[in-house]
Design a protein around this ligand. Structure first.
Ligand code: GLN
Length: 483
């Protein structure tokens, strides 16, 4: 009997009814990891997980704690004390963090069992799941291994989608959980910026970074927010607004908004039809759905603005990866020489490209024209979306205009060109604005999944999750995995 392809509450029930023990679950997970061919893992907690499970198996099940004894995976850009943590970068090989990330501590306190650190695009900078030092991570839904699962949280998505863990932690700076979720029939959720402590998450672009995660249904997502959300004294940017009970809100006919330019950019008929059908079913439930235009230029600016700001922040926040404080040491006469060697050999060219773009935009002579202009552009984008979300409960759109792309199609050739693939790159608006945002399954094309994304105003996660649950009810798509 398998359990790990079920959702958290189902596994909890099996534990509470003594149908299975934490040790059985850990053995099942380790077994599946051994046979997995998706290249999703950086480090597997073989001994540690067995030890923890053995201890738990001797104790009484905590019936009020659904996470008790549940195996999970966590992206390898979270600090885990004395457990190798590389962020899938050659530069960090052998690094053992001296402390635990806050989300990890909270999960350990709930007696959830870490089973693996998962692969990512190097330093979380990427969307293809192919740029980490272990190479490509594959999509369990595509047995020919030609399609990506997307990134940067590729390994966490693959572990959850393959039925190895019922939930997995990732991070979302632009779309890194919400896009892979669309490609792998999972629920991918990022809360409001500051809702979950980022302590121990490697910074990519701190003004955009959010702890985010994959589950198999919306209810599990809500449960995790109740555990992970809330102020943390170690992260001064974490909010002290109290958390709510994210599972209890009553459904009512909400108002949702479609953004015209993003919708109009959709070309895939199956995805468009599935989305239109969802919209009409929401209307039948009493939802009011309107379409708002933000203008082509603004829609197009989202990704460029994101790219400049995230690259600039990444450049300054990763300056500590110099081979002395962090990273593999190299023989060198001077600090500059060391930096040059370590960063040339340690980073892939995709990372170096981001740091070059970040450095150029931060140069004193360019700051006004590039970096500060991007900040002003961010302000216009955020004011536009704030206004929409003040008069509407949520923005709803397909999470991606396509099913998972083929590897090789991974570097969009036209990303800054006139038809800027708006519908492929718009999700970063939720990071620019710090809004909570969730992707969940919407349909299938050629046996590959695609998702719908819903975003709401700051700290309205309870409402957002409720709307998502209504969508989940309509589509009937939940608790999915692919062996
Ligand atoms: N795909 C986006 C990028 O490459 C988002 C990355 C992320 O959210 N970590 O920048």
């Amino acid at each position: 009997m398998e359990y790990l392809d079920k959702n958290i509450y189902e596994i909890h029930e099996a534990l509470a009814n003594k149908k299975v023990t934490p040790l059985d679950l850990v053995k099942e997970a380790l077994d599946k990891i051994k046979n997995d061919t998706n290249n999703a893992f950086e480090y597997v907690y073989e001994k540690e997980a067995i030890k923890l499970a053995e201890e738990l198996s001797k104790q009484e099940v905590e019936v009020d704690n659904p996470l008790w004894g549940i195996p999970f995976a966590i992206k390898d850009n979270f600090s885990t004390k004395d457990i190798p943590t590389t962020a899938s970068s050659k530069l960090l090989e052998g690094y053992l963090p001296p402390f635990d990330a806050e989300v990890y501590t909270r999960l350990l306190n709930k007696k959830a069992i870490p089973i693996a650190k998962t692969t990512l695009d190097e330093l979380a900078m990427g969307g293809t799941g192919s740029s980490g030092h272990l190479g490509k991570t594959f999509n369990p839904w595509d047995k020919s291994k030609t399609r990506m699962i997307g990134g940067s949280s590729c390994g966490s998505a693959a572990a959850c989608a393959a039925g190895i863990v019922p939930f997995a932690i990732g991070s979302d700076t632009g779309d890194s959980v919400r896009k892979p979720a669309s490609y792998s029939a999972l629920v991918g959720f990022k809360p409001t910026w500051g809702r979950i402590s980022r302590f121990g998450l490697f910074p990519f672009a701190p003004s955009l970074d959010t702890v985010a995660y994959f589950t198999r249904n919306v209810k599990d997502s809500a449960l995790l927010l109740n555990v992970l959300g809330g102020h943390d004294i170690k992260d001064t940017t974490s909010s002290s607004i109290p958390i709510e009970d994210y599972q209890s809100l009553k459904d009512k006919p909400y108002k949702a908004t479609i953004i015209k330019e993003i919708y109009d950019d959709l070309k895939d008929k199956t995805i468009k039809d599935a989305f239109d059908k969802l919209v009409s079913e929401l209307k039948q439930k009493g939802y009011k759905i309107n379409t708002v235009s933000i203008g082509f230029d603004l829609a197009k600016a989202i990704y460029s603005c994101y790219y400049i700001i995230s690259s600039a922040e990444a450049t300054s926040n990763n300056a500590n990866l110099d081979g002395i404080k962090f990273g593999v040491n190299k023989e060198a006469e001077t600090y500059e020489e060391m930096l040059f060697k370590v960063r040339t050999e340690g980073f892939s060219d995709r990372i170096r490209r981001r740091f070059v773009i970040g450095s150029i935009s931060l140069l004193e002579e360019n700051q006004q024209e590039i970096y500060l202009r991007a900040l002003r552009c961010r302000r216009v984008i955020v004011e536009t979306f704030n206004k929409i979300l003040e008069s509407s409960d949520a923005i709803i759109l397909p999470a991606s205009p396509t099913i998972a792309p083929l590897f090789g199609d991974d570097i969009p050739k036209k990303s800054f060109a006139k038809d800027a693939m708006i519908s492929d790159n718009y999700l970063a608006f939720a990071n620019l604005g710090g809004y909570p945002s969730i992707t969940l399954p919407l349909g299938f094309e050629d046996e590959m999944p695609f998702g719908v994304n819903i975003t709401s105003h700051h700290f309205t996660e309870a409402k957002l999750l409720k709307i998502a649950q209504t969508v989940e009810q309509i589509t009937g798509l939940k608790d999915l995995s692919k062996k």
